[in-house]
Design a protein around this ligand. Structure first.
Ligand SMILES: Cc1cc2nc3c(=O)[nH]c(=O)nc-3n(C[C@H](O)[C@H](O)[C@H](O)COP(=O)(O)OP(=O)(O)OC[C@H]3O[C@@H](n4cnc5c(N)ncnc54)[C@H](O)[C@@H]3O)c2cc1C
Length: 391
């Protein structure tokens, strides 16, 4: 069950008009990054209007699968100025995350304009013109926080449209019941793919195969994982990788015979080169791989009416395919014309600094324990905006 959308106390259908002489600051997106940005602006005496396309804050979290728990522990998953409620799990559940974000918005008196989708940002006479589903809004300062994991991405596999079984992205997966009891192929060995494969193997599917194109770096979920990651991120990547490899050998062991050899490129080198975070997994999932309840198979090459052809030439008959194949930022329609994105469609100015005068992006650095990291980006963006507005 997903959590029902609620309306928060200061949520308004129309934004409060900018007071005389006041410069308008607009934040796009009421997820962790947008809410933290607005709260940090508020802490510096700047009122911001938050535009949210959906009917509740924390919308991305409401739609995620039922068993999702954060892979970063509670102390490292909070936003500036608010802890999780007493009683929340050490790795908060999806619903605990949603209620945390709702409380956060209320506690910081944020003005969230729900049901307002930003379509595009253009340069205005003095600042920015935001084209929204409810009309144009001008702003002197804009923070875009519409999410790194914005648009579910499914590769354009040849024959995909002919497949008569069920094909869904992990963003549409809710629980084992979503795919029935047949043979399931999960594609992609990131956090979601591993977790979903394990749930299916445990709770329903007749046979679960996990299709892996590039063997993932893996880290066992641990309460102090984010603290350790922060410390180790300060080391040169090659040294940090060697340390992580040693930890993997000790905690996970050698999974080569099951189809998951340790990748040559380590956790931090891959993170730096491609922005790909490691898969954070539970020991139970590792055990399911070792018991072959999750069978590792090669990457997907193409689809047929009832079968999937793998890159090693094997063809497998499956009833359902869950594509845990990641997301795209989906920023092109909004800001693609402003020369602010790199070739992958990711903002070039990544850490809360200005991409253009008065335009910033928060929440686009994928890394373990991203939520905790977002707070720092939001603080930087808010501090710079405060300086610019006062200057
Ligand atoms: C399955 C999954 C699990 C994750 N688990 C963890 C974890 O355990 N720990 C961790 O630290 N990180 C985790 N992350 C990574 C990241 O921290 C989260 O994705 C987090 O929600 C990012 O926050 P955000 O505010 O940047 O984006 P989002 O939470 O995606 O929020 C973006 C908001 O912007 C809104 N929006 C989008 N486009 C528009 C538009 N055009 N106009 C108006 N509003 C718009 C959306 O509706 C949404 O409410 C996870 C990511 C995924 C995909």
């Amino acid at each position: 069950m997903s959590v029902a959308p609620t309306t928060i106390s200061r949520t308004e259908r129309e934004p409060t008009p900018a007071r005389n002489g006041e410069r308008r600051v607009v934040v796009v997106g009421a997820g962790p990054a947008g809410l933290a940005s607005a709260a940090e602006l508020g802490r510096r005496g700047i009122r911001a209007v938050v535009l949210e396309q959906a009917t509740g804050v924390g919308w991305s979290w409401r739609g995620r699968y039922d068993l999702l728990r954060l892979n970063s522990s509670r102390p490292f998953s909070k936003l500036p100025g608010a802890r999780f409620k007493r009683g929340a799990g050490l790795f908060p559940s999806r619903d605990e995350m949603v209620s945390y974000l709702e409380d956060y918005a209320v506690r910081h008196h944020l003005e969230v304009r729900l049901g307002t989708r930003l379509e595009r940002i253009d340069r205005g006479h003095t600042g920015w013109l935001l084209r929204t589903s409810r009309g144009d809004i001008s702003a002197d300062q804009v923070i875009v926080a519409s999410g790194y994991a914005h648009t579910p991405f499914v590769p354009d596999w040849p024959g995909r449209d002919r497949f008569q079984g069920r094909l869904l992205h992990s963003a549409a997966y809710r629980n084992a019941g979503s795919v029935g009891e047949g043979d399931v192929l999960v594609v992609g060995a990131g956090c979601s793919g591993m977790e979903i494969a394990n749930e299916l193997a445990r709770d329903g599917a007749r046979r679960v195969r996990l299709s892996v194109r590039t063997p993932p770096n893996m880290i066992v979920r641990s309460p102090i994982g984010p603290l350790f990651a922060r410390a180790i991120l300060k080391l040169p990547p090659a040294r940090a990788d060697r340390l992580m490899n040693a930890i993997r050998r000790k905690e996970i062991g050698d999974l080569t015979e099951y189809g998951l050899p340790q990748p040559e490129e380590g956790v931090f080198s891959r993170l730096r080169r491609l922005g790909v975070a490691p898969a954070i997994v539970d020991k139970e999932t590792i055990q399911a791989i070792k018991n072959r309840r999750i069978e590792i198979v090669a990457g997907v090459e193409s689809f047929d009416r009832t079968a999937v052809k793998l890159v090693d030439g094997t063809g497998i008959e499956v009833d359902s395919v869950v594509a845990a194949t990641g997301y795209r930022c989906g920023l092109e329609p909004m800001v693609g014309h402003l020369d602010a994105l790199d070739r992958r469609g990711v903002p070039r100015a990544l850490h809360g600094e200005a991409a253009a005068p008065g335009l910033r992006f928060v929440g686009y650095v994928p890394r373990p324990a991203q939520i905790g990291y977002i707070g720092g980006e939001a603080k930087r963006a808010a501090t710079e905006i405060a300086q610019e507005l006062s200057g």
